[in-house]
Ligand binder design. Structure first.
Ligand code: FAD
Length: 812
């Protein structure tokens, strides 16, 4: 039976969700839609249903893969819900052909069968393409066409048969809450009580969420789609579609067949955002609420490009067109999960048809089991956003940028351009003065290197890496890395989120939530993990005990704040606060770090007084500082935290005191290289929820012999079995090549894993790539290859860490 659930919205997402939930035995469910079902007037009612599974994000490919499987099983009175016609992404320029190879790499990494086609093979698979303009294609045989309205009806039928109530023509007008919990919904035709409300309202999501007092970072944008007049080339078609669906990203286009016509979708026009509150109601909308009037002038360039690709369109015209609305988010990922502010209010928003069945399964598992075991939802979690990312100005600007860039070939470091800057550390003016090259991460301005360090290149010559690795890069990165290991450097660590956990119950609370023994003496620091109930890694954290009832916890992002807050005991004995904005941090690292910092404090910083993984409070110059003896770059040194008002004084004091020791400011580029040399994993990149600590090489951070902690049971169950995959260190044979992350790893012709992080190790003169590999291949010395665009790089599994395995530099 399960709890009382109300699902708002019966588009592809809501309908799939009630199917999945009821299949798991929850049946006290009502699904409500304001429109007339099955085509209630949302995006699902008019979308052409192209399903392309390739995505740079593994989770998106996996969600799409489930959709393909699920829709393939479904039918409505014998009519299929999925037409498996395959897909081809075409390239008409060398740059796009290269991008197809990168996309082929992602597909291969995520286990999706995909093939690069020659121009002849591309034309042979799709006879309407002009063979003279196509340079190649990416073919995915299992892609195809979803039939969204049919799918909605099929899934609602299944759900109804299991007892789910389906109410169409009911508009939800309010969401009831009490004491921070949802209690029900109000419709124009009466009220319903609920323990759980799931918002699947698509483009109306922000409006419905606001009824519960929640801001959703989602913008409805109009997108153009038109259907051609009948084509003689398709006359007499007896099947809706037989040819592969097409994407022509270089011209912002996608295309599909429908009987004797071609549908052409176009993203090339200026963004057309709209407020959720301004969308017409089903009664007032001329066609349907999600369809706005077609604007042919905006569409004309797209049609011309489509005709250049498909000669048959040159004599055809546009028979019907629309500006159809659907949802964009600041990182192009869906919004899934329970609100942090209103318990019991869940969302499944900004989900394409492509990912709908997968997203529904994910949310159903999460609701019923308390966590999702089929998919790694780290990048989809509703609560991942920083406060500034919820501002209407940011959401609108970023969502519009994402619309424009939806088919662009983007570099992994591609920054947002406007608005900038949004978040700056107190050191920003000094960093700008040193010629910092700033990129943006979670709103923070992060210097990747400093032009002021160009002179170091005389001492440390640096080789230029391959094309993509040389973007957002300078040889100064390498010089900064080497200068850090030889001398001392200041790294701005302010953007790394930190929480203060206080109260009489704080130690017990953190003992329960972490894998480490954090209930230690004041002044100790513990590196450990947060785990899911199934033993998956939620985060890696650094817990510093600053007082009997006060801890500073270095975390990875807003989801950690959410995780800790969710698990707080109800008795008020523990408080959690994000102290990131009011504090700042500079890492002073390198063999001369102690000399610099010691010259600014009267407290003893010798090895005996402040050992590795210890912390203390002191003054550095005039600034009150919490000093943690740690280093993410594997060198002697300290993370020095102070309040934001004292940050500039701290920086200036260190800078002045460091001059005799040759101190430099070093950027993120050097940092990333140094951390990989030392084998330090980055959560969210190298390991996430889908990995356990032993596979990730973090077993040392798990203390199974302490009292019970969240995730322990799952780990104990696994402890007898050896991991089947391992996060492994590869070094590339050629020093000229650097990979970016997400590339496939091959043994012979078989893809055996994928790269997580890549960088050049400047102090070891070798390119490094961390990669997930089957355990039997993870032995040092094993030779593999890394796929990089259309090339393969020889690599070898290497013993890690590559630098200072004896830890003498850190403990020195
Ligand atoms: C032109 C166009 C082409 C597209 N092409 C593709 C494609 O080829 N492939 C692909 O994967 N995706 C495509 N998409 C995107 C896709 O259509 C959407 O992402 C998807 O349909 C969203 O499904 P949904 O269930 O979240 O929302 P919807 O289908 O919009 O459903 C939301 C439902 O909520 C109901 N609702 C809202 N507010 C209330 C309320 N207050 N009370 C009761 N009910 C309410 C609405 O009536 C609606 O039925 C396209 C979108 C457009 C516009």
């Amino acid at each position: 039976m399960g709890p009382k659930v109300v699902v708002i919205g019966a588009g592809v997402v809501g309908a799939a969700l009630v199917d999945e939930l009821s299949a798991r035995g929850w049946t006290d469910i009502t699904i409500i839609d304001q429109g007339a079902l099955p085509a209630a007037g949302g995006s699902s009612s008019h979308a052409p249903g192209l399903v392309f599974q390739v995505n740079s994000a593994k989770v998106m490919t996996k969600l799409a893969g489930y959709t393909v499987r699920r829709l393939g099983e479904l039918d409505l009175d014998g009519q299929p819900c999925f037409l498996p016609v395959g897909s081809i992404e075409v390239a008409t320029s060398p740059a796009r052909l290269a991008e197809l190879h990168r996309r082929h790499g992602w597909a291969t990494s995520w286990g999706l069968d995909a093939q690069i086609l020659s121009p002849e093979q591309t034309a042979a698979r799709h006879d309407l393409l002009d063979p003279t303009v196509v340079l190649g294609g990416l073919y995915v045989p299992t892609d195809g066409l979803a039939k969204p309205v049919r799918t909605i009806e099929a899934q609602l039928r299944l759900a109804r048969a299991r007892g789910v109530a389906v109410l169409d023509r009911h508009e939800v007008t309010a969401v009831r809450t009490e004491g921070g919990r949802v209690t029900g919904v109000v419709t124009d035709r009466g009220e319903l009580a609920a323990d759980i409300v799931v918002c699947c309202a698509g483009i109306w999501g922000p409006k419905v969420a606001r009824m519960a007092g929640i801001e959703l970072p989602l913008t409805p944008l109009a997108h153009q789609l038109a259907w051609s007049t009948p084509l003689p080339e398709l006359a007499g078609a007896t099947t809706e579609a037989t040819r592969p669906i097409l994407r022509h990203q270089g011209a912002d286009l996608y295309l599909r067949e429908r009987d004797d016509r071609i549908g052409v979708g176009y993203y090339g026009h200026d963004p057309m955002p709209i407020e959720a509150e301004d969308i017409a109601s089903p009664a007032d909308a001329p066609v349907m609420p999600s369809v706005l009037e077609f604007t042919p002038n905006d569409y004309a360039p797209g049609w011309a490009d489509a005709a250049a690709l498909i000669p048959a369109l040159r004599t055809a015209g546009v028979a019907e067109g629309m500006n159809g609305l659907f949802s964009f988010t600041p990182d192009n990922m869906p919004l899934l999960g329970e609100s942090a502010r209103v318990r019991g209010f869940w969302v499944a928003e900004a989900v394409w048809i492509t990912h709908a069945a997968g997203a529904a399964r994910a949310v159903a598992e999460w609701l019923v089991d308390g966590f999702c075991s089929s998919f790694n939802l780290h990048e989809c979690d509703l609560n991942r956003f920083e406060p500034h990312q919820l501002s209407p100005a940011y959401v609108r600007a970023k969502d519009c940028q994402n619309y424009v860039e939806v088919y662009d070939a983007l570099h992994p470091l591609e920054p947002m351009l406007d608005p900038r800057p949004m978040r700056t550390s107190p050191f920003y003016p000094r960093q700008a003065g040193l010629g910092g090259y700033f990129l943006e991460a979670l709103g923070w301005e992060r210097p990747h290197w400093f032009e002021a360090n160009a002179g170091l290149l005389d001492r440390y010559p640096v080789r230029r890496p391959n094309d993509w690795a040389a973007m957002h890069w300078s040889p100064i990165v390498g010089a900064e890395a080497r200068a850090t290991r030889d001398g001392v450097a200041m790294f701005d660590m302010t953007p790394l989120k930190r929480l203060e956990v206080t109260g009489p119950g704080a130690a017990t609370f953190l003992q329960w939530l972490t894998t480490g023994n954090v209930d230690t003496a004041v002044g100790r620091v513990t590196y450990c993990l947060l785990l899911d109930a199934d033993g998956g890694i939620r985060s890696d954290v650094t817990v510093a005990r600053l007082g009997p009832a006060r801890f500073q916890v270095g975390v990875n992002g807003n989801l950690d704040l959410d995780w800790l807050t969710r698990h707080l005991p109800g008795d008020g004995s523990v408080g959690v606060r994000d102290i990131t904005p009011e504090t700042c941090c500079v890492g002073v690292w390198g063999p001369r770090a102690r000399k610099v910092v010691q010259s600014l404090t009267t407290d003893d910083l010798s090895n005996d007084a402040l050992r590795y993984f210890r912390c203390t409070t002191t003054y550095v110059g005039t600034s009150p500082v919490t000093a943690l003896r740690l280093s993410y770059v594997g060198e002697l040194g300290y993370e020095l935290y102070t309040t934001a008002d004292c940050g500039l004084a701290l920086w200036d004091a260190l800078w002045a005191a460091g001059q005799p020791f040759g101190i430099i400011a070093a950027g993120r580029g050097a940092f990333n290289s140094l951390r990989l040399e030392k084998g330090y994993r980055a959560f969210g990149v190298d390991m996430t929820y889908e990995h356990d600590p032993y596979e990730a090489g973090l077993g040392f951070a798990v203390k199974l012999d302490k009292e019970d902690f969240l995730g322990r049971d799952a780990l104990v169950k696994r402890s007898g079995t050896a991991p089947v995959r391992l996060l492994s260190c590869l070094t590339l044979s050629s020093p000229a090549e650097v990979v970016l992350g997400k590339e496939p790893v091959y043994e012979g012709d078989a893809c055996v894993g994928h790269v997580t992080s890549g960088a050049f190790g400047h102090t070891i003169d070798r390119a490094i790539a961390y990669a997930w590999l089957p355990a039997e291949l993870a032995a040092p010395g094993r030779r593999v290859q890394v796929g990089y665009f259309d090339r393969r790089f020889d690599a070898v599994v290497s013993a890690e860490p590559l630098v200072d395995p004896g830890m003498s530099r850190l403990r020195g």
